[in-house]
Structures are given as C-alpha cells and as structure tokens.
Design a protein around this ligand. Sequence first.
Ligand code: TRP
Ligand code: ZN
Length: 495
Amino acid sequence: MRRVGPAVLAVLVAAAGLVGCSDDAAPQARSEPRPSAETTRPAPTDGVDGGDGVGDPYFPQAGNSGYQVERYDLVMDVRIAGPDRLDATATITLVPTEDLRSFHLDLLGFEVSKVTVDDADATFARDGREMVVTPERQLSEGDTTTVVVAYSGSPGRTGSSSPAGGLIGDGGWVDLGDDWSTVIAEPIGAATWFPSNDHPSDKAIVNVTATVPAGLEAVAGGRLVERTDAADRSTFRWEAAEPMSPYLASLTVGDMQLSEKDGPAGIRILDGVPARRPELLDGALSRFPEMITFFGQRFGPYPFRDAGNVIVPGLEPVALETQTRSVHSESILEPALGTLPDEVTAHELTHQWFGDAVGPADWSMIWLNEGFATYGEWLWLEHIGGRTVMESARAAHDGDPDLNVPPAAPGVGQLFGRTVYQRGGMFLVELGRLLGQPTFDQLLTTWVDQHRFGVATTEQFVALAVEVAGPDKGAQVTALADAWLHAERIPELTP
Ligand code: TRP
Ligand code: ZN
C-alpha cells in the first residue's frame, strides 16, 4: 500500500488541468456579440416554463423538468472553522428537453449573488428549495447551455421530516465542528451544497474543486487530479469519470490520512481515514480490494474507474454509498455496535452496482438499492465463513412486525425502513433459489449491464427476471415478486 503525500500527488496531476474545462462545451451563441436592447428583435417566447419536479411520488419537488444536466463543475472555498461556509461557483452544463422560457434548480440556503446563462446575466427568484432562473433569451431544446451560479453562505439542511429521523432522511452537508465536514445527501440533500437537478434520474458528471485550510484534506468522488498547497490553504481537484445522481456526490473535509493503491482490474483505490487512526486502513478497510473482486464475480465488473472509502469522525452511526467512494462514520465501524465493520463496507460497496451504477427511477423503488445492498452484505458474510445467506435471511425474517410493509411501495415514511432492506434482500434470496445460482448471477450481471449509468424500475427488474427464468419458471417469478415486493404481509421463507 502506498501512502500518498503531496509530493506524489503533484506527480499524478499530469495533464489533468486541461481536462474537463467548462469552456469546452460553450455553445456557439456565446461568441456572437449580444445585440443591444434597442436593436433586439423580440426573442421567441413560445417556450414553456420548466417545472419544479420530475413527478417523484415521494418527493414532488425533487429534481426539475425541462432539461438534463451533463456536468456540474463545482469550485468552492470551504471555511470550516465556526459555522461552515462556502464561497462557490457552480458551472452547470445542461441540455433543454423543451424550449424553455425559464427553468428551476434545486438549492437550499445560501445567498446567490449571480446567475448567468451562456454568459448573459439571468434573473432568478428563490422559494424554499426551488430557484427559478429566467435567462435573457429562451433556451432551445437540444442546445447545450452553460449556467453559472455564484453562491455563498452556510449550507442548510433539507429539513425533511422523515420519521427515520436524524441524518437518514435529512441528509446533506454536515457541519462536524471546527475541522471536519462531510456530505451524505440521500435522498434530497444535494441541494444543500450545490444548485442541482436533485433527483436520481438525472445523472451527470460532478467535478469538485475544493480549497480548504492548510493541514486539512478534501476528498470527493472520482480521481484526485490536482493538488496545490499554498502556505495557508490547499486546493484539491477531483474529477469523476462516470455520471452520477446528485445525491451520490460528496465532499469530506478533515484531518485525514489518504492512501492510494492499485486495486483489482485496473481500478484505483483511494481511502481517507482520520489522521489519528491510520490503522483503519489495515483494519476495517483491509479486505476492500478482495470485496471488489468477490462482488465482481457475482454482479459483473465493478462499474467505475475509481473506488474507495472515507471514514469520518464525530458522526452518528451511518454510511452512504457516495459514488466511487463511500462515506462511513467512524462510529459505524466500531465492532461494539454489533455489526462487523465488513458488513457495512460490503453493503456500501454493493451499492456501487445497485443504487449507483443502476439507480432507482424514483424514490418509491428504493428497494432496488437497499434490498440488493443487504443481499450483498449477506453474500460477503457467507464468503468469509460467517452466517450463510439463508441464515441471515432467516435471522432477519422472524418476529419483525416492521416487515409487513411492501418493499416496492414502502411509503415515504418507511423509505429507509427495515422492509426495504431486509424483505428486499429476502426476495433476492428466494429468487436465487428459484432460478438457481448461474441463472440468478446472469440476471444480476445483465441488469447492471443494461442499465449502467442510468436508472430503472421494479417492473423492469421483474420483467428481466421473468425473461431469464424462461417459459417454465416465468409465472413463478411473477408470483414470487407479487408476494415479496407488493403484498402487505411478508411471506414465509422457503424452508
Ligand atoms: N443508503 C444508506 C445505506 O447504505 C442509508 C441512508 C439513507 C443514509 N439516507 C442517508 C445514510 C443519509 C446517511 C445519510 O443504507
Ligand atoms: Zn444501503
């Protein structure tokens, strides 16, 4: 294992500064001189106003209609002492899916000082998590458009009143005192740190350049392509190779030890742990490369160029599958908690295939994330000689009244409820038994293959399962899915 210091990283920089520059995608319109107001013919105004949501059944105001984002380039100065404060610019490259007179972005808190659209000042209005941007000229369907938002202030919380309580349900930027902060933004917390189309269905590249006080590190997803150290501050530029749902973007700032190494199949692993706990690299995270190989055999190749983990102190026991580099609280990895550290890292790693590479089309389909991650956790435990998958399923099944809720329609109050995790996982165990392992593995690898970097529905999963099952088992697959995913009462496990 290689411990990475600034010197090594400086070498890694290579030509990275030239990549992903936001000017690449500047539309032609940009070079046209803008006519003065007197000579302008009235701009066409037959476009529509973009909507404030994408129709998510649980979060009607999550995401926005009328466009798809290709890339977010976030450049932020992070003040971490005292209440966290960002001074940031988000450059958003988007493509309208209709002619737009105006459009929305999701952003909570902050002062917005300026919004430009293709270099022209735009007007904007804010209401809760919605920011409505009205460009000088309407946007045309299909024309790549560059929106720049300058904003600053203290990141807010989503204020979502999920009965799950705590961070789960109210994730976003988390201020962890004077020298740590992190972002765990599921389900609708991307808006707490950058203006976004905050819904899983709109995946985009998210690149993060963060400037933090000297002595601290800033870790996001993707690859660290540039680091510069000045006397009083350091700047880190992270670039993602694959698109992600906004809630899976993250940034952790803290006194970290970074460790970079080559993983299996050309994957680059970078972990960040509290500087005072370097032993975590050889403890809780030591089997991570082996996990990538193991899950690769069951789910198909690890879907991303980069991988890793970030371990954050001072946080309640949670972990989130932020894309390419999951965030874990230090507390959730404590053996005292009754979970094996491996259980959590295996769960979050499984999400990289299920949840991250293949996302849920809307939040009601969250079992496609959590049921699969629970199943992955059980697979790993069996692999290392712990409980068998069947034993895990049984232990979770019996005597839990919370499981009499359909995982495929849990309701927003049970979004991260036990049924979504445990009963979702049990369905996969039962399906695996019905299909037999080779066919079940084929189902999982085909699923990832077909929907990688996109989102998919429960219906599509069941349809694919019926298809791979073949004519003589198709009806049984449908019956199994009805009973396990859609019915209220939990079925018995096959003895
Ligand atoms: N997806 C997380 C998991 O791996 C759970 C989760 C949901 C979460 N929302 C969160 C974790 C917000 C931290 C913060 O099971
Ligand atoms: Zn999970």
